[in-house]
Structure formats: C-alpha cells, structure tokens
Write a protein that binds this ligand. Structure first.
Ligand code: NAD
Ligand code: UDX
Length: 474
C-alpha cells in the first residue's frame, strides 16, 4: 500500500486550487504542488491577489503556501516527484467537430495523461478529478500504458469533486461524501485505499465512499443532472405561479417539507448558471445519444430547454411590463456572477438577459460586487456579432457602487442573489430613478411589500406581480 507523501495536481483552477489547498491544510505530512500551463494563473496563486475568490480560501493559502503547498509551472518536475497525481483540468463542451455543443472536450485531459506517461519514472496513482464522460478512465489507462516506459505501473482512480463555488472551502472541509472509484483489482483497491487515507485525515471514514470506476464517473454526471433538474422543476412551477397567483416560495416550502423531496435546491430563479450544470448535462445528453438511448437523452435535454425558457421568459416579462419597449431606457443589472459569493460568470444567466436587453436597444448598467470589469466586457463581446468593446461601451456601462449604478435607471433587475442587495437603501435608490421605477427580482430576495410601499413597481419570479392576468409570452 502506498503512503502518499507527495501530491501533484495538474490544473490550478476553481477545483484544483481550493481542493489541494484544503488537502495541504489538513495533511501537513503531505507536500502538495499545483501546476498549470497558464503562467499568469500560477503567478496569481503566488501573489496577494489570488486568481479566484472563495470565502476563507485566501487565509488557508497564505498559511500553507511555501510550507507544504506550492504553485508552479514546472509540470514535469511535479509529476516526477509525486506519488499521486490529480488531473483537475477543464473539460469544456466541444465547440466544433463531432458532438459540438454537447460532447465534453477531452483534449486537456488527454494532454495531461500523455505528459504523465512521457515523464513518469516510477509508479503513479492518477486520480481523475475533472468531470469526464463515463469510461474516460479506460482511455487514460490505455494512453498511459501505450506511452510509458515498459514495466511502469499506473493505477487510475476516479474521484469527482462535488464542491459548489462560493462555498468551496465549507464543502471541502465538511463534504456530504467523498467518492472514490477504482478498478476491481487488488492494485485498484490498494490505490483507492491510499486516497481514502488522505481524506481520512479530516473526513469521517463513513463519508468516504468507494465504488467501481464507471459508477464513480457516472455518479458525478448524475448528481449534477439531478440538481439541475430540481431547479428546472421549480422554475417550471414558477411560470404556473405567475399565471395563477400562487407564490413559488410557498409552493417550494410546502413541497420541500416532504422528507422524500427535501427543501434544498428549490429556489426559483432566472435560471441556473455556472460552469458545470449546462456542460455536464450536455455531456450526459451526448452520452445517451452515443449509447443509442434517444428517449433518455430527450429527458435530460428538457432540463436544459426549461432553463433557456426561464431566462427568455424573464426577459420577456421585463419588456412586457415596461410597456413593451426598452429602447433607450436605462436598465440596471444588480449582479453579473452566476450566483452569490463568487466572481465567476461562466454561463451566468445575467449574460443571456443582458443580451436580450441589448437586442431591445436598452442602455445597460451593471453592478456586481466581485466580477472584474474585464470579465464583463469579455462576456458581452461576441465574435462576429459585437466584437468591439468600444461599440459595446456605447450602450453598456459598469459601476462599482450600487447607488451610482441605479442613478437615473428606469428599472433594476436582480440577476444574482448577493446578500448586499437585500440591505440597500431602496428609498434613496427610488428617489434617483426614472418613474415609474421598476424592480424585477429574478432571485426572490427582496421584500416586495416594502418596495411597493416606497412606490416601486415590482415583478418577482414566481409571483404574479402587477401584471397578473397579462400574457407574457411572445
Ligand atoms: P478551470 O478552467 O478553472 O481550471 C482548469 C485549469 O487547468 C486551467 O487553469 C488550465 O490552464 C489548466 N490546464 C488545462 N490544460 C492543462 C494541461 N495540459 N496542463 C496543465 N494545466 C492545464 O476549471 P475548473 O472549474 O477548476 O474545473 C476543472 C474540472 O473540474 C472540470 O472538469 C469541471 O467540470 C470539474 N468541476 C468543476 C467544478 C466547479 O465548481 N468549477 C466543480 C466540480 C467539478
Ligand atoms: C454545482 C453543484 O452544486 C456542485 O455540486 C458541482 O460540484 C458543481 O456544480 P455550482 O455550479 O458551483 O455547483 O453552484 P450551485 O450552487 O449548484 O448553483 C448553480 C446554479 O443554480 C447557480 O446559478 C444558482 O444560482 C442556481 N440555483 C441553485 C438556483 O437557481 N436555485 C437553487 O435552488 C440552487
């Protein structure tokens, strides 16, 4: 049995960074080196300005960096020295070729695998941390064995990561479960045991679950599909609520009290975003098609379709409520990140909504407490459509203060559930806005009654609002 002393993690992103930082924190006897091809990212990890924001992350990085936690671009050295190598690179959706728009692009996983094969000089346990299609471990094994020096052994494990952004450190400190998949061979079980021992330094052993490799890989896609499905289900209900006068929060509460259903992850919204749900569901849909299971593919695809519908429906409600035109009106978006407590905007519903508003010729102002300006410009620039930031700046502006952003606005649109939006002085905001002053709450976080008392017209996802009985659909 291997006693892990040196870990290398390839990929210093949202998963590799926090996951390995927590391993370093909880296992002072293990040296953890996180490597990446992107020198800017590594430089940022080694600076005072970390490349990602996660509550609690910075303190732990600073406490362990240079002791048993290292960030480096010297990938080969880290591979050679490690007993265990985590592959935590991105697995985006393919944008061209076979399966484009659905299949996972495995080029980065393959590049790492080939690098490991090329430079490894001793036995390695290779852990798939990236989210990958079912049976990817088998391809990795094949590539390793075909390219490594003769006689060298590799054991492959699957250990998908279940952390959510914004709560990564909490999730890593106290996970619901840690999943480890291995081949059903004595070597496979021994490798899994080596990883169990790493996690057992802080996670109760009852929560460290071992399964077969393929179950582990598929469980990650399944978990994200189930989670996304819950959001699409409640969002589908929100449309019925708006048309009938039922309140989606009340429905979610009533439904969630059934212990078989549970209350978590039933918050209606303008749609789910984030780097995982869209990508992993698409990946699952593609997998189903590849396995000649079109009905299963259609079933999971409908979760994505509902999400697109929700974003479109919300934008339509804004247009319809504002007398069917947004031309030259000032619309202020509160929030641009895909959820609170993160500066990440990947697949953020705010991007889609902003694009709908631009098509309606609105002037858009954006305020988000964490998203960097350059990211907003990047997200709203579309090659071939609006590929010019100067052109974009004519109708879009970014502010760093909520009050300044709302000044002169005709409407405020809540896109992200940031806590600070609940506690703003809306009397003050109202005074500075054009009248009638609208608030569209896409996250159900504001006190609708209090806002109406101030004078706002309020439209909330999953509630009928002032337009009850009106038709919102195109
Ligand atoms: P990311 O884009 O933030 O980070 C990936 C990093 O890998 C990048 O810094 C990139 O430069 C690096 N990289 C790519 N190819 C490389 C190579 N050949 N050698 C060295 N470095 C290389 O991605 P992420 O959000 O951390 O996601 C990583 C994986 O984890 C994905 O498969 C994702 O689906 C999965 N995942 C993500 C989350 C999440 O919340 N973001 C949660 C669970 C699982
Ligand atoms: C998700 C999974 O939760 C995590 O387990 C997996 O490892 C990665 O993908 P993440 O995308 O970081 O994590 O955030 P999550 O909290 O799941 O939120 C995803 C999106 O759903 C966000 O846009 C969020 O605002 C939205 N959401 C979430 C809702 O609209 N309603 C809810 O009830 C919960």
């Amino acid at each position: 049995q291997v006693h892990v002393k040196k870990i290398c993690c390839i990929g210093a992103g949202y998963v590799g960074g926090p996951t390995m930082t927590v391993i370093a924190e909880k296992c002072p006897h293990i040296t953890v080196t996180i490597v990446d091809v992107n020198p800017h990212r590594i430089a940022a990890w080694n600076s005072d300005d970390l490349p990602i924001y996660e509550p609690g992350l910075e303190d732990i990085v600073k406490a362990h960096r240079g002791t048993n936690l290292f960030f480096s671009t010297d990938i080969d050295k880290a591979i050679i020295e490690a007993d265990m190598i985590f592959v935590s690179v991105n697995t985006p959706t393919k944008t061209q070729g076979l399966g484009k728009g659905f299949a996972a692009d495995l080029k980065y996983v393959e590049a790492c695998t080939r690098r490991i094969a090329a430079v490894a000089q001793s036995h390695k346990i290779v852990v798939e941390k990236s989210t990958v299609p079912c049976r990817t471990a088998s391809s990795m094994r094949y590539i390793l064995e075909a390219n490594a020096r003769p006689g060298l052994r590799f054991d492959i494990l699957s250990s998908p990561e279940f952390l959510a952004e914004g709560s990564a450190i909490r999730d890593l400190h106290d996970p619901d479960r840690v999943l480890i998949g291995n081949l059903d061979t004595p070597e496979g079980h021994a490798a899994a045991q080596a990883l169990v021992e790493v996690y057992a330094n802080w996670v109760d052993r009852s929560k460290v679950v071992t399964t077969g490799l393929w179950s582990s890989e598929l469980s990650k896609l399944a978990a994200n599909a189930f989670l996304a499905q819950r959001i699409s289900s409640i969002n589908a209900m929100s449309a019925i609520c708006e048309a009938t006068g039922a309140d989606v929060d009340e429905v979610a509460h009533a439904v969630g009290l059934d212990t078989r259903i549970g209350s978590k992850f039933l918050k209606a919204s303008i749609g789910f975003g984030g780097s995982c749900f869209q990508k992993d569901l698409s990946n699952l849909v593609y997998l189903c098609h590849s396995l000649h299971l079109p009905e299963v593919a259609t079933y999971w695809k409908s979760v994505l379709d509902m999400n697109d519908f929700q974003k479109r429906r919300f934008a339509q409600r804004v247009v319809a409520s504002m007398f069917s035109t947004l031309t030259d009106k000032k619309i202020t978006l509160f929030g641009f990140a895909f959820k609170n407590n993160t500066g990440d905007t990947r697949e953020s519903p705010a991007i889609t909504v902003a694009k709908y508003f631009r098509e309606e010729r609105a002037n858009i102002t954006i305020y988000d407490p964490k998203v960097p300006d350059r990211q907003v410009w990047l997200d709203l620039t579309e090659p071939g459509v609006v590929d010019d930031e100067i052109e974009l700046r004519k109708t879009v502006s970014i502010k760093h203060d909520a009050y300044e952003a709302a000044e002169g606005a005709d409407a405020i649109v809540i896109c992200t559930d940031w806590e600070e939006f609940k506690n703003l002085d809306y009397e003050r905001i109202y005074k500075g806005m054009g009248k009638p002053a609208f608030v569209f709450d896409g996250r159900l976080i504001l006190d609708e009654k209090a806002l109406k008392k101030i004078g706002f017209r309020v439209e909330t996802i999953g509630r009928s609002g002032d337009n009850v009985g009106q038709e919102y659909r195109f």
